[in-house]
Design a protein around this ligand. Structure first.
Ligand SMILES: Nc1nc2c(ncn2[C@@H]2O[C@H](COP(=O)(O)OP(=O)(O)O)[C@@H](O)[C@H]2O)c(=O)[nH]1
Ligand SMILES: [Mg+2]
Length: 140
């Protein structure tokens, strides 16, 4: 079974997505440390918000097959630096989250992810389940 590390700012939907994908209720408190949840690695939003944590992300990514960069469709900004994906030696996918929200802007989120170096982009919602099958397939 392959492993996926989810990265993205606080509130983007990392923990919720892991719960829906794995069908297990791993704790949904604000994550303060890297957490190993079966096939998934949940990371604190702080790790993307402060570049002094980038080395921790790189080290943790060594344990996984896929790095998922999550961008919230409702946010008007992104904390991913240009070509951020290039710091990883793993397959990196961009994931737009919360595409179910009216007033979100999926295209804007995709632009942020492309700017961050994502070549594959998946549109997802943990509420409707959109895009989650594609993510599951990546982990087969
Ligand atoms: N509408 C909508 N809300 C979501 C979705 N995914 C997560 N949320 C909500 O966004 C908030 C933050 O989610 P959480 O998983 O804790 O984010 P994390 O900080 O990245 O782990 C919670 O209130 C979730 O219920 C989604 O796909 N659609
Ligand atoms: Mg979380």
């Amino acid at each position: 079974m392959k492993k996926m590390m989810l990265i993205g700012e606080s509130g983007v939907g990392k923990t919720t997505m892991i719960q829906v994908l794995s069908g297990e209720s791993f704790t949904s408190r604000k994550t303060m440390a890297v957490e190993f949840c079966g096939q998934f690695i949940d990371t604190p939003g702080e790790f993307i918000e402060n570049r002094r944590f980038y080395p921790a992300l790189i080290t943790t990514s060594a344990d996984c097959d896929v790095v998922a960069m999550l961008q919230d469709a409702t946010r008007i900004s992104s904390l991913f630096p240009p070509l951020f994906s290039s710091i990883f030696t793993r397959r990196v996918v961009g994931v737009v989250t919360k595409v179910d929200v009216d007033g979100g802007n999926v295209e804007r989120a995709e632009r942020f992810l492309k700017n961050a170096g994502a070549r594959e982009i998946i549109r997802s919602s943990s509420i409707t389940g959109a895009g989650l099958d594609i993510l599951k397939e990546m982990l087969q």
